[in-house]
Structures are given as structure tokens and as C-alpha cells.
Design a protein around this ligand. Structure first.
Ligand code: NDP
Length: 296
């Protein structure tokens, strides 16, 4: 079997187009422009690239983008004061603090200062609790993107066996909650899981969020399964830098029914879902119907 390739790039372009259409309608019918504020503290080169991309994508869909670049030595009090200001600003519907923060800043404290209704990353403890109890929340962008692709591929997910490898707060755990919300039978595997290959082989849906290049190989995949590769790993191969996932693509694609590539799979969905979340936050803040198909 050769797996169907789930094209995350095309899927994300479609999500962004849907968001842009909703944004245009919000402007025309309600005079509203969804606004996303991104806060970057320090000079981390990767974070700077992410923030630049987020700014460009936000503008592209017709939203307002508010960038706040603060020096690395910014104090916690200064950062919290900025978040308070953004929380109170009605033109800001989504707030994202780019992680990681410099070491002297307490990320948990900072994230939990964001108004949960504006927490478009879905990391605030209230949103974590709401998701865990099956209530309406802001959902972390990467797992939301995975869920959208899975729903599109499978239609209904109910009753399928899903295995999520990885239990981080930003990917593994919320992914598992979302799959449970769609009535999958969910197993979460991690570094202490015994016989990982056997556990993975039971999965109709296998999500890899490990951070270990090409760790999930074809012999760990059930024939016909859907494989979602969240991993982004930079490796050296044949003297060149290369981006690979947590899944060994060639061997897994030979067995799976469908698979996301790296790059061009889950990655592009993350920013698309950030925009979708900002739109959702704007609709909720104004008592308007949420955009269909763009939320969990
Ligand atoms: P973390 O490092 O926070 O979590 C990794 C998880 O993998 C942990 O739960 C860990 O288990 C588990 N793990 C590590 N080694 C093994 C092993 N040998 N067998 C089974 N499980 C193992 O990573 P993240 O969740 O933040 O990210 C995971 C990957 O996804 C990374 O490659 C990251 O770059 C990528 N990513 C991609 C995004 C995108 O936009 N596409 C967004 C976010 C992340 P334990 O808890 O026991 O230590």
C-alpha cells in the first residue's frame, strides 16, 4: 500500500481562505476587524522568524496585527503590565506570547495572566480545564490543525483507536483530549511506555509528537492507518541540513493509508489555526456565531 499524502500546505491555504472570507464579512456586516497581538521578548532567532510569519499571515487574511517586541531584560512586572493593557484593549481579540521566554520570566504566570477568552494559543489553565471537561474553550493550534485534517480525511472519528505518542501540554495532551472529544478510543504513549511498537500498531490514527527524528518506523504502523507527524527535527544528511518528522516517512508511507509529510503537513496548519482561533475569539467576544468548521 502507498499512503495518500495529506497535503497540509493546501489544507492550511484553504483554512486561511475561509478565515479571510469570514473576516471580510465581519467587516462588511458588523464593522469589526479581528485583531491579534503577538508579544516577543528577546532576540531568539527562531522566535523572530515565527513572529514575522504570524504578522504576515495575520495581515494577509485582513486582520489587524499588533506586534510588541520587548528587550530580553524586560521585567516580569513590565510584561504583565503589557498583557493587562492588551486584555483591556477591545481591538485586540487574540493575544499570543511567543515561547520560550527568557529564563528570568515565569512562563506559567505570564500565560495565565492572559484573558482566557483572548488566549488564542489555548495554553491558559482555564482553557486546559475547559478542554479537559469537554467544554467550549480556546484549543491549542497544532492539535486543532491535526484534528481538522483527521476529520476531513475520515469524516467521523468515533470508535477509531487513536494512539498519541507524546504527552506534552502543547501537543500530546490536548491532541488526546480532542480525539476523545470526537469519541476515539485514545491511548497516550510516552518515554516510559512499554513495547511502543505494539501499542502503535493498534492505532487506526497514529499521532507522533515526540521530537525524535524518524523514530516511528513502518513496522510500528498498522496497515491502512492514518499517520499524523507533528515532529519538526533539523538533521544533517549527506552533508546537508534537512527537516524531518518524528516518523520515518518512506517506511511508514508504504504501510499507512494516509500520512502527513514533513515539511508540508502539520506545520502550515499551526499558523492557519492561530488565525482561526483569533476569528473565533472575535466572534465570541461580540456575541456572533462562530465560524463553522474552524473550531473544535
Ligand atoms: P516535548 O519534548 O515537550 O514532548 C515530547 C514527548 O515525547 C514527551 O511526552 C516524551 O515523553 C515523549 N518521548 C520522548 N522520547 C520518547 C520515546 N523514545 N518514546 C516515546 N515517547 C517519547 O515535545 P513537544 O510536544 O513540544 O513537540 C513534539 C514535536 O513536535 C517536536 O518535534 C516539535 O518540534 C514538534 N512541534 C511541531 C509543531 C508544529 O507546528 N508542527 C508545534 C509544536 C511542536 P515523556 O513525557 O515521558 O518525557
Amino acid at each position: 500500500m502507498t499512503a495518500k499524502v495529506i497535503d497540509g500546505k493546501a489544507f492550511a491555504a484553504n483554512v486561511r481562505a475561509q478565515v479571510a472570507e469570514h473576516v471580510a464579512r465581519l467587516k462588511a456586516e458588523h464593522g469589526l476587524t479581528p485583531g491579534l497581538a503577538v508579544v516577543l521578548v528577546g532576540e531568539d532567532p527562531a522566535s523572530k522568524v515565527y513572529v514575522k510569519n504570524k504578522h504576515a499571515s495575520t495581515i494577509e487574511v485582513g486582520m489587524a496585527s499588533f506586534e510588541h517586541r520587548l528587550p530580553a531584560e524586560t521585567s516580569e512586572a513590565e510584561l504583565l503590565a503589557l498583557i493587562d493593557k492588551l486584555n483591556a484593549d477591545p481591538s485586540v481579540h487574540g493575544i499570543l506570547v511567543q515561547l520560550p521566554l527568557p529564563g528570568h520570566l515565569n512562563s506559567e504566570l505570564v500565560i495565565n495572566r492572559i484573558d482566557p477568552a483572548k488566549d488564542v494559543d489555548g495554553f491558559h489553565i482555564s482553557n486546559v480545564g475547559l478542554l479537559g471537561t469537554g467544554q467550549k474553550s480556546m484549543v491549542p493550534c497544532t492539535p486543532l490543525g491535526c484534528l481538522m485534517m483527521l476529520r476531513d480525511h475520515h469524516g467521523k472519528l468515533a470508535g477509531l483507536n487513536a494512539v498519541v505518542v507524546g504527552r506534552s501540554n502543547i501537543v500530546g495532551k490536548p491532541m488526546a483530549q480532542l480525539l476523545l472529544g470526537d469519541s476515539c478510543t485514545v491511548t497516550i504513549a510516552h518515554s516510559r511506555t512499554k513495547d511502543l511498537a505494539e501499542v502503535c500498531k493498534r492505532a487506526d490514527i497514529l499521532v507522533a509528537a515526540v521530537g525524535r527524528p524518524e523514530m516511528i518506523t513502518g513496522d510500528m504502523v498498522k496497515p491502512g492507518a492514518t499517520v499524523i507527524d507533528v515532529g519538526i527535527n533539523r538533521i544533517e544528511r549527506d552533508g546537508k541540513g534537512k527537516l524531518v518528522g518524528d516518523v520515518h516517512y518512506d517506511s511508514a508511507a508504504a504501510v499507512a493509508g494516509a500520512i502527513t509529510p514533513v515539511p508540508g503537513g502539520v506545520g502550515p496548519m499551526t499558523i492557519a489555526c492561530l488565525l482561526a482561533n483569533t476569528l473565533t475569539a472575535c466572534c465570541r467576544a461580540n456575541g456572533l456565531a462562530e465560524p463553522e468548521g474552524l473550531t473544535a
